[in-house]
Structure formats: C-alpha cells, structure tokens
Design a protein around this ligand. Structure first.
Ligand code: FES
Length: 75
C-alpha cells in the first residue's frame, strides 16, 4: 500500500503498477494522478483507473478517513 499526500488530500493506493508489477513509490504525483516511474503509466489517485498505456488495468484504491492526527484506511 502507498499513502499519498496531494496538496493535503490523502489517498491510499496499491504500490504495485498493474502493467509489470513494479512499485509506484518513486512516481511523480500531479493533478490527481501518480505516474509509474518505470514506463510512465499514470493512475488516478481517487479511482485507480489507468489513464494511459502501457497500463490498461486499474490499481486497487483504499478508502481513507482522516480523524484529528490519524489516518485510517479501510483495507
Ligand atoms: S511497470 Fe508501470 S508502466 Fe510499466
């Protein structure tokens, strides 16, 4: 699992790219997506949907709740 902070909004997604099962944790984050650092597929942080090739399948996303200083994730 990978927890991302995009301008204060927290997302929890799978850390595994659906294309070739490489990790996403060094990927660039911008405009609601994360880019796989290996071949550049981008995934929507909210839905997990693949936004461009070579990935075609989505990645899992997890429900997040922020309470006070705690981040709770439904996994
Ligand atoms: S491993 Fe992520 S796009 Fe290929």
């Amino acid at each position: 699992m990978l927890i991302c902070n995009l301008n204060g909004k927290i997302f929890a997604i799978s850390n595994i790219c659906s294309h070739a099962e490489e990790t996403l944790d060094c990927g660039r984050i911008s405009n609601g997506w994360i880019a796989c650092p290996i071949h550049g597929a981008r995934f929507d942080l909210a839905t997990g949907k693949a936004k461009n090739p070579p990935a075609k399948q989505p990645i899992p996303v997890y429900q997040v709740r922020v309470e006070d200083d705690w981040i709770e994730i439904a996994a």
